[in-house]
Ligand binder design. Structure first.
Ligand SMILES: NC(=O)C1=CN([C@@H]2O[C@H](COP(=O)(O)OP(=O)(O)OC[C@H]3O[C@@H](n4cnc5c(N)ncnc54)[C@H](OP(=O)(O)O)[C@@H]3O)[C@@H](O)[C@H]2O)C=CC1
Ligand SMILES: O=C(O)C1=N[C@H](C(=O)O)C[C@H](O)C1
Length: 269
């Protein structure tokens, strides 16, 4: 079978470099385009050499709109504003997109849903198998423990991360809120300070740690009187996310337009 031709945007970033390696290891995928922002000192360098994989013959370029005839699917782990630009280019060219970027506003998420009426989109704040399994476990835990417990989501990431709470923490909160018949928008509490008063059982609390080189850790605590359940995921390598994105790309190749996530890719729905 002909491999799907893959574009990686933000190719010089932490995830971009890891994605170059992961796509190179995926049998059904071939890296054909890699981009960075205009003005980047990385433009012209070889994607494989950038990722420590040896020469691939794919030079970093900046004008994605001019390159759409050279890829079938685009993988985007950048920033929301960049992702929306890339999404529009994919929509106009009829190319599928795998979005791992986090930190979108509701309005920006709506734009992704709208584009997914025309092109296939996988959009997931965490592409690791483990986190997606945890989302299933969280749904079950919330249904069993119900309103008898206090729910807190604690996440820790490296010092360079710019959005908080993490997209994964928010998705975990959404899963628990939905299982409990709540709307996260009404019940989320983002950090506490000063005289807060007693805890309201119906809230879901979020705590954020940013420190050093932590790859990504999430714990959801269901704390009752006399016992406590904690569901924890710890990523120790970005390759776990990159392999998930490569798996999503393989899965998305040839699919019809639609908004999918990693639960679809992994057959967990
Ligand atoms: N879904 C998942 O499984 C995972 C998601 N993520 C998410 O992926 C995103 C990237 O993370 P990470 O790799 O650590 O970040 P980095 O900052 O290391 O990389 C981001 C890359 O995107 C580029 N970029 C930034 N803004 C734009 C723009 N407007 N247009 C085009 N390119 C742009 C950067 O270029 P420059 O350096 O020039 O600014 C850089 O190359 C984050 O949102 C993060 O939360 C991360 C890991 C897993
Ligand atoms: O920025 C990161 O690094 C990560 N971001 C994602 C998120 O915001 O959930 C996923 C992962 O935890 C790493």
């Amino acid at each position: 079978m002909t491999p799907a031709r893959i574009a990686i945007v933000g190719a010089g970033g932490r995830m971009g470099r890891t994605l170059i390696e992961a796509v190179g290891q995926a049998p059904g995928l071939e890296l054909t385009v890699a981009t960075e922002q205009p003005g980047s000192s990385l433009l012209g360098s070889d994607a494989g050499e950038l990722a420590g994989q040896g020469r691939l013959g794919v030079a970093l370029e900046s004008d994605l709109a001019a390159l759409t005839d050279r890829f079938d699917l685009l993988i985007d782990f950048t920033r929301p504003e960049g992702t929306l630009d890339h999404l529009e280019i994919c929509r106009q060219a009829g190319r599928g997109i795998i979005i791992g970027t986090t930190g979108f506003t509701d309005e920006q998420k709506t734009r992704i849903s709208e584009a997914a009426r025309e092109i296939p989109v996988v959009f997931a704040p965490n592409m690791s198998v483990g986190v997606n399994l945890c989302l299933q476990l969280l749904d079950m835990a919330a249904r069993v423990l119900g309103d008898e417990v206090d729910v807190e989501v604690v996440e820790a990431h490296h010092r360079h991360k710019v959005d908080a709470p993490s997209g994964t923490a928010l998705r975990m909160g959404e899963v628990v809120a939905s299982a409990l018949g709540r709307d996260l928008k009404d019940c989320a509490v983002y950090g506490r300070e000063g005289v807060t008063g007693e805890r309201d059982r119906k809230t879901i609390g979020f705590e954020t740690i940013r420190a050093g080189d932590i790859v990504g850790e999430h714990t959801v605590m269901f704390a009752g009187l006399g016992e406590r359940v904690e569901i924890t995921h710890k990523a120790s390598s970005r390759m776990t996310f990159a392999k998930g994105a490569a798996r999503a790309a393989t899965w998305l190749a040839g699919r019809p337009a639609g908004l999918y996530d990693m639960q679809d890719v992994l057959g967990l729905r």
